[in-house]
Design a protein around this ligand. Structure first.
Ligand SMILES: NC(=O)c1ccc[n+]([C@@H]2O[C@H](COP(=O)([O-])OP(=O)(O)OC[C@H]3O[C@@H](n4cnc5c(N)ncnc54)[C@H](OP(=O)(O)O)[C@@H]3O)[C@@H](O)[C@H]2O)c1
Length: 176
């Protein structure tokens, strides 16, 4: 099983404002309509694990954006909207158990998304690859990507892509 985080943050490390809004992310200048490698990345994974809060953000989008099976981690949600049955499954499992469940379902390369969710997987040492795109904005406060860890984690820089609109996408793999 390989687990990747693919996420955008402000320069000061936030993934959303305190109220969850991502207007600063969706309004970035993008005259060439670049997807910054998103479709390439998605074609290399076979399932997506998101936290309940991220699921709620995505539910407000005009359409369902995912083309791969989505697993929503939650201890409070009891059901998914009727129109998403068959596309979304609910899981109330610890990170390691969630990955075991996905493995049993035949998935081998998963995308982990959502702040608290990513932090939970990172704390357990379950993320192999981090792809973080920095948006050149300071928000001052918000929902952080990273949180407390039991000990330092060392990561190896793989590559960095710099886009004309100032986005800086860096990929790291877990250090030994
Ligand atoms: N910048 C970006 O690229 C990006 C990407 C993704 C999301 N976002 C934004 O980030 C915000 C959401 O991040 P977040 O940190 O607030 O939350 P999140 O990780 O999306 O969701 C947190 C919730 O997920 C559930 N959860 C996580 N791990 C669990 C586990 N092991 N077992 C059971 N439930 C688990 C819990 O739900 P229950 O409370 O139901 O138990 C928890 O409250 C949204 O505003 C979203 O738009 C931004």
């Amino acid at each position: 099983m390989h687990a990747t985080v693919y996420i955008a943050t402000s320069l000061d490390g936030f993934i959303a404002r305190k109220d969850g809004s991502i207007d600063w992310l969706t309004s970035i200048e993008n005259p060439s309509n670049d997807d910054f490698g998103y479709q390439d990345f998605i074609s290399g994974i076979d399932a997506i694990v998101i936290g309940r809060a991220t699921f709620e953000t995505v539910l407000a989008f005009p359409g369902w954006p995912y083309t791969k099976p989505v697993f929503v981690l939650s201890s409070t949600l009891r059901q998914v909207p009727e129109k998403l049955k068959g596309k979304v499954s609910l899981l109330n499992l610890e990170p390691a158990q969630a990955l075991e469940h996905l493995t049993r379902e035949g998935h081998t390369r998963v995308y982990i998304d959502g702040g608290k969710t990513v932090q939970g997987f990172l704390r357990e040492g379950l993320i192999d690859r981090l792809i973080v795109t920095k948006i050149p904005v300071l928000l001052g406060e918000g929902i952080p990507l990273f949180g407390p860890l039991a000990q330092d984690q060392h990561w190896v820089h793989v590559k960095t892509d710099v886009y004309p609109n100032g986005l800086v996408k860096s990929e790291y793999r877990r250090g030994g």
